[in-house]
Design a protein around this ligand. Structure first.
Ligand SMILES: NC(=O)c1ccc[n+]([C@@H]2O[C@H](COP(=O)([O-])OP(=O)(O)OC[C@H]3O[C@@H](n4cnc5c(N)ncnc54)[C@H](O)[C@@H]3O)[C@@H](O)[C@H]2O)c1
Length: 372
């Protein structure tokens, strides 16, 4: 099997994550092609050269179009800020490259539609960075639901909270600029929607309220600039299955670091999961004598594939970057034409339509259906 050539655009938080995934996917899983780190792009040639030396890429530069045109590149990782995703992904697909693009897909529904159309026309593989669906414990939740362990799901509650925007003195950055999208809805909301989509199916309709905890933020150069995005959103929703739901998003929630708390209620039991404790989940099943009923805590172990590919011992815990390695492996499986657990651009578009319905609901102050 010949090695696959990788191009990486952007080397910040997610860029490093992708680089680590590309570096370790073969060692962790053993199967699939060897990986060749071919070309890396950043905003300046100096930064690109520095990162290429650190990550082990053969070429570097500040022109992402040159990276896409490079014949040594077969798959492009796009880890730049949201507003660049559409232009870069469409160009890569049109050049015949596979694409692994960070979430959210785009900053407008029109751009997401353009990206999905480009993916379909190219016949190439295009997937999005929805790493949380790759967690072995999230797969276990799927297996429990499919096996009817908690019966018919009638209600779901999901909260996503972090505190990186909680400090009022944090400088105005691209996440407060409306060019990046709506705010918590696309920055955060897409993750819970990807989990719901994967575990319980699409959302049919939504009622959303958005809020800004701080009206303005300080500029690095001095003075203040009005915040254009919403750091908080609260959503009522109904799944296509008929189950009702509540979603709460807050990226200015002091003390919360990486919370995606999911509660799934069925007619014979409940499942609880929190990304801040993502190597465990709790299950309650309403059987047996009342006095011995209670939640069971299940710790991640080699029986929860693909945990076994990383560690042979139970209870030793995977980390965030491991989810990206699993996602990278699923992407390679899809490229090889095998079954794969990925959010491709068509499913990504369905997620974007759900987010757009939430934004419209917030603006119009009414229930909005998620149009296909
Ligand atoms: N999947 C996840 O859990 C997750 C987590 C965080 C961020 N993200 C997503 O990843 C993307 C990047 O976020 P981040 O936190 O890594 O941002 P970041 O600011 O840490 O990194 C972005 C990098 O892109 C570079 N860049 C900007 N324009 C460029 C260009 N034209 N050419 C080449 N490089 C360019 C910047 O210099 C920077 O190094 C966003 O879309 C974000 O929503 C996903």
């Amino acid at each position: 099997m010949t090695a696959i050539g990788v191009g990486l655009i952007g080397t910040g938080y997610m860029g490093k994550c992708h680089a680590l995934a590309w570096t370790s996917v073969k060692a962790v899983f053993g199967d699939g092609p060897a990986v060749r780190l071919a070309h890396l792009s950043e905003v300046t040639p100096e930064l690109a050269a520095q990162r290429a030396a650190e990550f082990g890429f053969a070429r570097s530069g500040s022109d992402w179009r040159a990276l896409i045109a490079d014949p040594a590149v077969e798959v492009v990782s796009i880890t730049t800020p949201n507003q660049f995703h559409a232009e870069m992904a469409v160009a890569a697909l049109e050049a015949g490259k596979h694409v692994w693009c960070e979430k959210p897909m785009a900053t407008s529904l029109a751009d997401a539609e353009r990206m999905a159309a480009a993916a379909r026309a190219s016949g190439r593989v295009a997937v999005l960075g929805y790493n949380y669906i790759q967690n072995p414990m999230v797969r276990q939740i799927g297996a429990l639901l499919a096996g009817g362990r908690i019966g018919r799901v009638n209600h779901v509650r999901v909260e996503m909270d972090e505190d990186f925007m909680a400090d009022a003195s944090t400088a105005f950055g691209w996440k407060s600029d409306k060019g990046s999208g709506h705010g918590a809805l696309d920055d955060f909301g897409v993750h819970p929607v990807s989990l719901l989509h994967t575990l319980l199916g699409p959302i049919a309709r939504v009622f959303c309220h958005q809020a800004k905890p701080y009206a303005a933020r300080p500029l690095a150069a001095g003075g203040m600039r009005a915040v254009e995005t919403h750091d908080i959103a609260a959503i009522l929703f109904e799944l296509e299955s008929g189950a009702s739901g509540v979603m709460a998003l807050n990226r200015s929630a002091w003390g919360r670091k990486g919370r995606i708390a999911l509660q799934i209620f069925g007619d014979t039991g409940s499942i609880l999961f929190d990304q801040e404790r993502f190597n465990e989940l709790q299950v309650f099943v309403a059987d047996g004598p009342n006095e011995t009923r209670g939640f069971t805590n299940i710790l991640a172990a080699p029986v929860h594939a693909p945990y076994d590919r990383f560690i042979p011992a139970a209870g030793h815990s995977l980390g965030f970057n491991d989810l990206k390695v699993i996602e990278c492996h699923e992407l390679l499986a899809r490229i090889a034409g095998s079954e794969a657990r990925v959010i491709d651009f068509d499913t990504g578009l369905a997620i974007e339509r759900t987010i757009e319905a939430m934004a419209r609901s917030s603006r119009d102050e009414r229930w909005v259906g998620v149009s296909p």
